[in-house]
Design a protein around this ligand. Structure first.
Ligand code: GCV
Length: 699
């Protein structure tokens, strides 16, 4: 279904070409009057200055204008265009670095525009300003900013924006806006639901350079500036990415990414000094180990200018780490940080550290506590070029979790929020689940009631990619909105989920109003729908082991992974209170800690995450827990069927391929939601013996 579109007719092929470009398809604008208006500004293109990012901006503006308006802009070379402020030739798009343009011959035409300088923009910020003669200035504080300005302007054209009297100034909220790939050297992708790896194929690296370039364009268009190309579970083959005979291939990929302002990172194996370097130890305090990392890192920078740094998963899920040597995570991270510091590199150190060999009989050990317990005592102990990457919830990307208390606890350490765009636990890109409403809740969470939200404390964003070799990039076409939306939020966390969704729809699916209204409702409702037929009230899991797809209420109940619901005939949930449970609730600032501590004040949607309660406990909604479970499973399955009906209602306004592909997935989702409904309802009816108050069919 997502392979190459064989045997398609001419018309379909044209659609397919755009389709492969995701939201950068640059389909011709249908509204003739709008085209004429835009063409009046976009007829001429002047790039002031030179450099790889500026060249990328030039290429992108040229192809966007050609596609959207039907003819390429006249490219006027800097030397020929002394009179752009005068007249011959009329207005132009002028793109360059702010300080260069301000001091250039083009400044007069901008007199009224009052161009900002590089300091006002910062190295990645940009301005879009209308000049006196109708020209538009696309200015970056640095070269990346100029590229982002170009994409920002293109987005305005794609979404039907008004391009008169522009005075836009944008600066990214965070310096680190990263995507992590869980791609393996053999070409597979861990938790990948969109085909194979873009970067690796059967041990070869960078074979799909055209596609990687398109990938870089898409990432730059949403402001992504860092990419880790390999899985945090670094196996033998990926350990060798640091080896001499592999680095040149990695460097070829890095070159393509760099032209779009993206720094390449590698996930590294903490035991690489042993496995690759032949040393007897990987002890971070052993001078020979530190020297090995220093030399290896220097070689990486010799081959890959602008290399970003290392991503590390240590002492987690069987990965090696400093604990083996009786050292702590600051010892491990700082040793790597020192190797990177002279080159300007960063260590991204993951806090997903917990005991994955837990005894299910032991109800005191709580996986949710682990990140905080390991890392809070180390606050302030990390070098400046270490970033701790923290999953948004304390467990593992469930559809509902509280916000990780570690995000709010650390005050003297650089941190990055880790999100998961790939839908491991949220329907694996077979179910529709627009994740932005959930991410927005995380970002807006104000645990201490002192207006210090997660969005304010996160120093950066990292997220697990949902991208693969499928023609539409993400398997489920509508899952593209999660990728797009992640980048937009990492640039500006105050953007509303709905506004971002609408942008994506216009850019990827076109300007049809009925399509936009229908799809935005589908997107905005989808997370709540998914939540309402899967594990209830924040308790999580209940999935098939290993691949994590589909219902299995006890799939993880007697496992060593620390993921339990403790349902018995009387009740369900995990007691994480300080008074009688694992004490996890006490890891929050006082306001949140006391709200979570009591079932009376704990929000309904997290009740079973924090409390073990009888099935007849009344929620704030007025329903009992058991009736809530039944009602929401029935409603959820009905609403999943409603997504399919909504999509069918716009069938005639969609390209047939798009319609059919998405329909197939929505039909599966509707059927699979019924399976979730029936398995969960049956399980809880059999456990509790309490019938559904409405007498619906439970098996
Ligand atoms: C890359 C979960 C996933 C693993 C993943 C891990 C992590 O456990 O199931 O596939 O490993 O998270 O984030 O490191």
């Amino acid at each position: 279904m997502n392979g190459r579109y064989e045997g398609c007719g001419k018309e379909e092929r044209a659609v397919y070409g755009e389709y492969e470009q995701a939201w950068l398809g640059y389909r011709r604008i249908e509204d003739g009057a709008l085209r004429v208006k835009y063409a009046a500004v976009c007829g001429r293109l002047i790039v002031v200055g030179a450099g790889t990012e500026l060249e990328s901006a030039r290429l992108e503006l040229r192809s966007a204008i050609a596609g959207l308006l039907g003819s390429e802009p006249e490219e006027v070379s800097d030397a020929e265009s002394a009179d752009v402020g005068g007249v011959p030739g009329g207005p132009a798009i002028i793109v360059g670095l702010a300080d260069t343009v301000r001091e250039s011959r083009y400044a007069p035409a901008s007199a009224a525009a009052d161009l900002p300088d590089a300091d006002a923009l910062g190295s990645e910020g940009y301005a879009i300003r209308s000049g006196t003669n109708g020209s538009v200035y696309l200015l970056g504080g640095g070269a990346k900013g100029a590229l982002y300005a170009a994409f920002g302007f293109i987005r305005m054209l794609q979404t039907g924006g008004d391009i008169g009297g522009l005075r836009i100034l944008e600066r990214p909220a965070y310096p680190l806006r990263m995507i992590d790939h869980w791609d393996n050297a053999d070409g597979t992708v861990e938790r990948g639901y969109a085909g194979g790896s873009l970067f690796f194929d059967g041990g070869r690296i960078g074979e799909r350079m055209g596609r990687i370039r398109d990938y870089a364009r898409l990432q730059a268009s949403i402001g992504i500036n860092a990419v880790a190309i390999n899985n945090v579970n670094v196996h033998a083959e990926e350990t060798r990415l640091l080896a001499q005979d592999r680095l040149d291939d990695v460097a070829r990929v890095a070159d393509v990414l760099r032209a779009y302002g993206i720094a390449l990172y590698l996930s590294v194996n903490f035991a690489a000094p042993i496995e690759l370097g032949g040393l007897g130890t990987a002890d971070p305090l052993d001078p020979a180990v530190a020297a090995w990392w220093r030399e290896t890192t220097a070689e990486v920078y010799r081959r890959i200018p602008g290399f970003g740094g290392y991503v590390v998963k240590a002492d987690s899920e069987h990965r090696p780490g400093p604990f083996t040597y009786g050292r702590n995570h600051a010892d491990g991270a700082n040793m790597l940080a020192d190797a990177l510091a002279t080159h300007g590199g960063t260590v991204i150190w993951r806090c997903f550290v917990y005991d994955c060999r837990q005894d299910w009989r032991d109800r005191r050990t709580d996986r949710a506590r682990a990140a905080y317990d390991h890392f809070m005592p180390l606050d302030g102990a990390f070098r400046d070029n270490v970033v701790l990457q923290i999953k948004h919830g304390p467990m593992d990307f469930q559809v509902r979790e509280p916000v990780s208390p570690l995000l709010l606890g650390l005050r003297r350490t650089r941190i990055a929020l880790e999100l998961q765009i790939t839908q491991e636990y949220t329907g694996q890109q077979r179910h529709l689940c627009y994740l932005l409403p959930m991410w927005k809740e995380v970002l807006d969470f104000d645990a201490a009631g002192d207006d210090r939200k997660v969005a304010d404390v996160a120093g950066g964003f990292a997220a697990v990619s949902n991208i693969g070799t499928d023609a539409n990039w993400t398997g489920h076409l509508l899952a593209q909105a999660n990728w797009y939306g992640y980048g937009r939020l990492a640039w500006d966390p105050s953007l509303p989920a709905e506004a971002i969704g609408r942008e994506w729809i216009r850019m990827a699916l076109g300007p049809d109003a009925a399509v936009e209204e229908t799809v935005i409702r589908m997107l905005m409702d989808s997370h709540a729908i998914y939540e309402s037929y899967t594990a209830p009230l924040g308790v999580g899991w209940m999935v098939q082991p290993n691949h994590h797809y589909g219902p299995s209420v006890d799939g993880y109940e007697y496992s060593p992974w620390g993921t339990y619901h403790y349902a018995d005939r009387d009740g369900i949930g995990v007691d994480r209170t300080v008074a009688t449970g694992t004490g996890y609730a006490g890891q929050y600032p006082a306001a949140a800690a006391s709200a979570y501590e009591s079932p009376q004040t704990c929000p309904d949607e997290l009740l079973l995450f924090f409390h073990h309660v009888p099935y007849d406990t009344r929620l704030k909604s007025g329903k009992t827990v058991i009736q809530h479970i039944y009602d929401t499973r029935f409603e959820g399955a009905d609403r999943a069927a409603g997504l399919l009906a909504a999509w069918d209602s716009i069938a005639d306004s969609l390209p047939s391929r798009t319609y059919v592909e998405v329909r197939t997935r929505l039909a599966h989702q509707a059927e699979h939601a019924r399976e979730w409904r029936d398995q969960l309802n049956t399980y809880f009816y059999r456990k509790s013996g309490i019938p559904d108050a409405l007498g619906r069919t439970i098996y």
